[in-house]
Each structure stands twice: as structure tokens, then as C-alpha cells.
Design a protein around this ligand. Structure first.
Ligand code: KE4
Length: 429
């Protein structure tokens, strides 16, 4: 496979951009080799600058529920750009977008648009702190909520992959209000709450973890967490940046029937444009400026270009909820193929899937939390990644990420992926 242009570009990029990329996980650091530079995407495929085509499962790390550049989103963007890109003033589409999010996710009585998942989660924590007048918050080891200082404590995704789950540059002052519990372990949460009585403003959790690989939440744990937060006056925040509109039209909270106090969104609500959002209980959100004193702002928040892509996406989801049945069928088909391969190779690698987000771990037995996830053989994952890449299948260049199926993946794509999965595993194990 010729990747000369990509390699040349990467050398050039490293002179001007830290690590040659604008987000660490893209750099192939944990799988080795140099990243392929992408020229274009269409449906389930991407093409790199050397003309290599891949069936891909990153979907820009989640936004592309309908694959790359679906016609209806492209047309929405082209119509929007005719009227200008951004005004820094209110527009009708922002009202329609807020109403639509609230309709699809009933726990969201009020919502504020921002420009990334990080902005959404950091603003939600600030709202919870302002509302409760408390300072500490609880996150879970291996969960990733973006790169605000106080989240980069035992964080997942790129932070975990690069071995800096607790990042330099995060001050002790900032870190001291971040309490870390174990995913799916209610006792670890109760211990933190009782030793910080009356000081915990919020618990923030990925209701399906997607940043230590995919880890399913234990439903009884989630119910107990909700009860504990209610009893202690703690704001429960579902970070649905990845799961929102991915695992169901109403996100993970629709699947588990648990209403958080606040939710955060990103990825799919921008469909590839920079969009994030946080929202939930009206009594909390009304404290956000300018209706209340909790300050939050953004030059490009709710800009018409990003809103047009997001609104087109969410409108499609509202009109066609059957897309989730299609995604489930395609994802189940892929899972069955992968499981058949593992059986044929007498390998019991852990495989977790919720809807169209999934992950295979190079560790046998189940993966239910951070401690079991990190048992995965990341070196073997790196070899597997490159074997799949050679066969024209582009996966996340890191073990601790999710694989996404889109409505654009055809049966031919899935069969080709299943075949490549078998051949690649045969080489690496
Ligand atoms: P952004 O600031 O990257 O838009 O969103 C941060 C974020 C917040 N919450 C969850 C649950 C997330 O998954 C993310 C971002 N996800 C990673 C992928 N694991 C983004 C990829 C990257 O960092 O390049």
C-alpha cells in the first residue's frame, strides 16, 4: 500500500503542529507508523491522499451516523452558506434546534449550544457548581469528558492511550476538586460522597463508556447512582457527547429509562460541524447567563452553518426513528461475524457493543471497567490495526476507543470487514 504522500505530509506537519495533528489520537502513536492523510469521505468510505480507499469505522469519532457527506446534510449546508456563516446574533434556527433537542430528549427542558463536547461538559460542571454552591465533582476512571483541566484526571481516550491519564499542566488546585470513582462500582461512589459530605456538586458519567473502549453500564448501578444523587442533592450529569442520538434517538437515557439532571451533547448534533450542547432541568439552566449569574459564552455558539447540519440530522432522526433498527441490524451482523471468527480461532477476546458503538479488546474474559479494559494487549491491537488497514479497513488507531457503524455501511462493507478481521487475527495471534 503506497502511503508516500501521507508520510511526506506528516513530516511537514510535525514542523508546524504539535505531533503533526490537531488532536493526539489521530497521530497513530499508540499503533505505530504514521497516519494516513485523508482527502475525502463518501458514505462508509474515506480516501487518503495516495488514493487508497478504506471502509472506515471512526465516523470522525462519532458524528457521522449517516456516513460521510450524506446528500441531505450537504444540501442543508449549501442552503445555509448562501445566507452567511455566522452573525453573533440570535437566529430562528437556534430556537428550532433547542425545541428539537428537547423533544428528542425529554429530560432537556432547556439547552445552550456550544462548539465542542469539552465546552459542553465544562459548562455543565460549572452550572452544577453554581446551582449547588458546592465545589467538588465525581468522574469515573477511564471516562473522558474532553480536555478541561479538571477532567484530565485518570481520563480515557487519547489521554489514556498516550499514557497521560493525568496530564501535566493541570494544577493541584484544579485537580483537588476532582474525585475519581470506579465505573460500575456504586460503593466507590458512596465512599467519596460520604467522605466529602455536602461538598459534591455533581457526578458526571458516560452512560455507555466509549473512551476506555466500549464498556456497558450496569443498569442497577445506574439506578443506585441516580438515587444517591437525589438523596444527596448532587447534580447527575450524563455525558452523552458520544451516546447522544447514537445509541437511540433519545440517547442512552432513553435506553436505560434514567433521567439525568443535566446532559451534554456533541458529535452527531453537529454532524461533522463543531457543535456541542448542555441542557436539562430548567431550574438549573435558568441560572446560566444571561438569565442567571453562571457565566458561559461563545462567539460561534449556535451559528447558522453548524445549526443547519445539526438540525437536518436531528430532523431526519425524528422523522425516521427506524434508522436505529437499521443500525442495530448492521451492527449485530458485524458482531456475529466477529464472534464467529473468534470462535474459529479459539479466542475469547472481550467484545462490547451498545447499538452501533462497539469494541473488541485484546484481552480474554469480560471488560466491565477501567481495570479490566487496560488488561488489553495494546501492542497486539497495533498490529491488528495495521493488518486491517492493509486490507482497506480503517479502525480507531487506538485500543481505548469505539468503533462506529453508520447507515451507509453496506452488507458488502460488513462482509469485507469480517473477512479482513479473520485474516488479520490469524496473522497477529
Ligand atoms: P470534544 O471536545 O472532543 O468535541 O468532545 C470531548 C468529549 C466529551 N465527552 C465524551 C464522552 C467524548 O467522547 C468526547 C470526545 N471523544 C473523543 C473520542 N474518544 C474525541 C476524539 C479526539 O479527542 O480527537
Amino acid at each position: 500500500m503506497n502511503t508516500q504522500k501521507s508520510e511526506k505530509l506528516f513530516e511537514e506537519a510535525k514542523k508546524y503542529i504539535p505531533g503533526g495533528v490537531n488532536s493526539p489520537v489521530r497521530a497513530f502513536k499508540s499503533v505505530g507508523g504514521s497516519p494516513v492523510f485523508i482527502k475525502k469521505g463518501y458514505g462508509s468510505k474515506i480516501e487518503d491522499v495516495d488514493g487508497n480507499e478504506y471502509v472506515e469505522y471512526i465516523g470522525s469519532w462519532g458524528p457521522h451516523l449517516f456516513g460521510h457527506n450524506p446528500e441531505f446534510i450537504k444540501q442543508a449546508l449549501l442552503r445555509a452558506v448562501e445566507n452567511g456563516t455566522s452573525f453573533g446574533a440570535p437566529t430562528e434556527l437556534e430556537v428550532e434546534m433547542a425545541k428539537l433537542i428537547s423533544r428528542l430528549v425529554p429530560s432537556v427542558e432547556m439547552v445552550r449550544m456550544v462548539n465542542s463536547g469539552t465546552e459542553a461538559t465544562m459548562s455543565a460542571i460549572r452550572a452544577a457548581r453554581g446551582f449547588t454552591k458546592r465545589e467538588k465533582f465525581i468522574k469515573f476512571e477511564g471516562c473522558y469528558h474532553g480536555h478541561a483541566d479538571y477532567f484530565l484526571i485518570k481520563a480515557g481516550s487519547g489521554a489514556l492511550t498516550l499514557g497521560v491519564p493525568t496530564s501535566p499542566g493541570v494544577t493541584q488546585g484544579n485537580a483537588s476538586d476532582t474525585l475519581v470513582a470506579d465505573y460500575n462500582d456504586i460503593e466507590s461512589v458512596k465512599k467519596l460522597v460520604s467522605s466529602n459530605k455536602g461538598q459534591v456538586a455533581a457526578v458526571i458519567i458516560e452512560p455507555v463508556a466509549g473512551n476506555m473502549g466500549v464498556v456497558k453500564i450496569n443498569e442497577s448501578f445506574l439506578k443506585e447512582l441516580k438515587t444517591l444523587c437525589e438523596e444527596e442533592g448532587i447534580v447527575l450529569i450524563f455525558d452523552e457527547v458520544m451516546t447522544g442520538f447514537r445509541v437511540a434517538k433519545g440517547g442512552a437515557q432513553e435506553i436505560y429509562g434514567i433521567k439525568p439532571d443535566l446532559s451534554t451533547f456533541g458529535k452527531i448534533i453537529g454532524s461533522g460541524l463543531p457543535v456541542g450542547a448542555f441542557g436539562g432541568r430548567k431550574d438549573i439552566m435558568e441560572m446560566v447567563a444571561p438569565s442567571g449569574p453562571i457565566y458561559q459564552a461563545g462567539t460561534l455558539s449556535g451559528n447558522p452553518l453548524a445549526m443547519s447540519a445539526g438540525y437536518a440530522t436531528l430532523s431526519y432522526i425524528k422523522e425516521h426513528p427506524e434508522v436505529y433498527r437499521t443500525l442495530e441490524e448492521k451492527s449485530q451482523y458485524l458482531e456475529e461475524g466477529f464472534r464467529d471468527n473468534l470462535k474459529a480461532l479459539s479466542k475469547d477476546y472481550a467484545w462490547n457493543r451498545v447499538g452501533s458503538m462497539m469494541c473488541m479488546f485484546f484481552t480474554e474474559g469480560s471488560v466491565t471497567n477501567f481495570a479490566s479494559a487496560v488488561k488489553s494487549d495494546t501492542a497486539m491491537y497495533g498490529k491488528y490495526f495495521h493488518e486491517m488497514l492493509k486490507r482497506g479497513i480503517y479502525l480507531a488507531p487506538a485500543q481505548f476507543e469505539a468503533m462506529f457503524v453508520s447507515t451507509a455501511h453496506t452488507k458488502e462493507d460488513l462482509d469485507r470487514t469480517i473477512k479482513a478481521h479473520y485474516e488479520s487475527l490469524k496473522v497477529v495471534i
